[in-house]
Design a protein around this ligand. Structure first.
Ligand SMILES: [Zn+2]
Length: 654
């Protein structure tokens, strides 16, 4: 269990724009940040982050929350997992009660798998760096590849001892459970007895980290020339390791990807590590699988630009063309860099200075479609049939690009490269689209997407179209947003002699809560009441709840309610800002906002009571005395209602 003090420290330290900025590329806009929503597919940013409120909100799909909610939603983490992640991000030491063997049992399975993987990674790393076998076989191999010790430690490289029951035994001895060893794929259950054997033996180990730096699986490279064994062996898929959703190196690369607004995609673990060591850190590898849509989306969270680094093997390049179409389909920009024959990124970076490698990549990077066209054109030289099918294939590739303008640019470009009239390509493109429309299912995405992101129309201040809940929401929102601010209020005539000035400074919270208490008002909405009462109890201690008190509340329902309340107004002011409409903000006219919300609420409440009394009076069978009492109440209320209405009109007509 994480101690409450630690949780508080996390909430005090966390800056939402930084946490979200690790996953989404954000641009500053006014006092907020704007980016592409990671929760739905969009081309126009409608995902907004407010540092001052500590919340995010997507105007496209409606998702909203605080920094911890974001991590939970985005990474599919539990609450404690999200807290731990954010704590790690800010190097906050998590204080928790010691993990005893009994408590370890209680930790959920996922958590146990992560813990075990971390434990094994550490063990393998110590094998590599300090066991005789590890040093002699594996460390020497890595040093030969010019891997520095700091790099080895950073990527947590390790060595699995060449023994059937080495780390399995070690883990069991340290209290890790057999089921978890099998579930992570680290150990294999022997068929005839209950013992475990190690999956990885005599291999250099490359731990595979998820976005948050946790080890989710392992890759192992064999060093002996044993013919039967595969060169690379990977952990099998498990509850925490899904090959198609992971990119090797993403944890170490993500900040650099955002910074460079580009992601280099390479083939192997060692390519990633070598380039990283050379200071080129925006590199990931799809590690063994062909590129999947999930992996592309993972990159797209950080940048729309991918540069694929190929070693000079034409067969390998052609095999990956289909995968590249997937990248284009996601609306991303793809460039290709071809390394000289016999070289891969790993060897190139080892034999050149970092600046030379960067220079090489920059100069060689060719746009994918142009690259593909050139490469295939060479093969079709002098063969008209082959050229015709090439045209079809290239146009097919162009057709998957969601953006119309980009498609047009490519048509122009390819018509030059292939020496084919632009119109021919256009006709071919239209043919493909017509076919797709007939099929119906597979429309170009832009037609769908462009209609999604519509900011809601500007709200207008209206008097009483609101439901009771609407009034309550408005009042509570004002209390939460401006409770500590003050406005000047005129002193009523009969009280004038008590004060020196004609006006006094009133705090919004005091103004509202005084009235709430004086008139013994409760909200109808239960959730609002809960929040209001908590606010009032803090107020009664002579304090006001700190800014993020409710946003970081441990009751998730309160968090959601408050975020909804705060983001509704935030949306409004954001609109004003966006559309450059000159409107006084709420803060500029705080008194007006507070008074009118308060009076509207009361007016609505009284009208409701009046209605109830009228209903009651209509009922037959009331005692005469009761009728008299009800009438009395009615007139009292009516008087107040009239006063309020007059006041409301006065307030709004200056
Ligand atoms: Zn969204």
């Amino acid at each position: 269990m994480i101690k409450p003090e630690t949780i508080q420290q996390i909430f005090e330290t966390v800056r939402i724009e930084e946490v979200i900025g690790d996953f989404v590329s954000l641009r500053k806009r006014g006092s907020n940040y704007l980016g592409l929503c990671p929760f739905h597919n969009e081309k126009t940013p409608s995902f907004s982050v407010s540092p001052s409120k500590g919340i995010y909100k997507c105007f496209g799909c409606g998702k909203a929350g605080n920094a911890i909610n974001f991590v939970m939603e985005h990474e599919h983490y539990s609450y404690p997992e999200a807290l731990r992640f954010v704590a790690k991000r800010y190097s906050i030491d998590i204080e928790e009660t010691e993990v005893t063997p009994e408590m370890r049992q209680e930790l959920d399975e996922r958590e146990s798998m992560f813990t075990l993987n971390g434990f094994i990674a550490k063990y393998m790393s110590s094998n590599l760096l300090s066991s005789d076998e590890g040093k002699a076989i594996a460390l020497s191999y890595l040093k030969e590849r010019d891997f520095r010790e700091a790099t080895i430690e950073k990527f947590e490289l390790g060595y699995a001892i060449d023994n059937w029951q080495d780390y399995s035994d070690h883990a069991l001895k340290n209290g890790y459970k057999k089921e978890i060893l099998v579930k992570t794929g680290l150990s294999i259950q022997k068929e005839n007895d209950k013992g475990l054997i190690d999956r990885f033996r005599g291999r250099v180990i490359f731990p595979i980290h998820n976005l948050t730096g946790k080890v989710i699986g392992f890759g192992g490279r064999i060093l002996t020339s044993e013919k039967k064994a595969a060169k690379y062996l990977n952990s099998p898929e498990s509850e925490i390791y899904n090959k198609s959703k992971v990119l090797y190196g993403i944890f170490f690369a993500r900040n650099a990807i955002v910074k460079n607004d580009n992601c280099y995609l390479v083939e192997g673990y060692t390519d990633v590590i070598s380039m990283h060591q050379a200071g080129i850190e925006n590199v990931v590898a799809s590690s063994g699988t062909s590129l999947t849509v999930d992996q592309i989306r993972l990159i797209k969270r950080y940048t729309p630009n991918i540069t694929i680094l190929f070693d000079g093997d034409p067969a390998g390049i052609k095999a990956s063309f289909r995968g590249i179409d997937l990248i284009l389909e996601q609306g991303m920009n793809v460039k290709i860099v071809l390394f000289p024959e016999g070289q891969d990124p790993d060897s190139y970076v080892r034999s050149h200075r970092s600046s030379e490698t960067e220079e090489f990549i920059k100069n060689q990077a060719a746009d994918f479609i142009t690259f593909k066209t050139r490469l295939m054109l060479d093969e079709t030289a002098g063969d008209p049939t082959a050229k015709a099918s090439l045209i079809k294939e290239i146009v097919q590739t162009i057709s998957v690009i969601p953006d119309g303008i980009t498609r047009t640019v490519y048509v122009k470009e390819c018509s030059v490269v292939m020496e084919v009239p632009e119109q021919t390509l256009m006709n071919e493109l239209n043919k493909i689209f017509r076919k797709r429309f007939r099929k119906g299912a597979d429309r170009p995405r832009e037609f769908v997407e462009d209609t999604v992101v519509q900011l809601p129309p500007k709200e207008q201040i209206e008097f009483d179209p609101l439901t009771m809940k609407g009034h309550e929401a408005d009042l509570l929102r004002i209390l939460l947003s401006y409770g500590e601010q003050t406005f000047l209020m005129e002193i009523e005539e009969d009280e004038l002699e008590k004060y020196e000035d004609k006006e006094i400074e009133v705090r919004v919270a005091d103004y509202l809560i005084d009235d709430f208490k004086h008139e013994q008002i409760q909200f109808e909405n239960e959730m609002y009441n809960k929040i209001l009462n908590e606010y009032i109890s803090i107020w009664e201690e002579g304090k006001l709840p700190p800014n993020n008190h409710f946003i970081n509340h441990n009751d998730p329902q309160i968090v959601n309610t408050v975020i909804d309340l705060l983001s509704s107004a935030y949306q409004l002011s954001d609109n004003w800002e966006t559309n450059k409409i000159f409107v006084k903000t709420e803060e500029d006219q705080l008194k007006l906002v507070v008074m009118s919300a308060w009076m509207s609420f009361k007016s609505r409440m009284i009208n409701k009571q009046l209605k109830e009394i009228t209903e009651e009076l209509k009922k037959s069978g009331n005692e005469e005395a009761d009728i008299y009492l009800l009438q009395q109440q009615y007139f009292e209320l009516k008087k107040i209602a009239n006063q309020i209405d007059k006041e409301l009109k006065r307030t709004f007509t200056y």
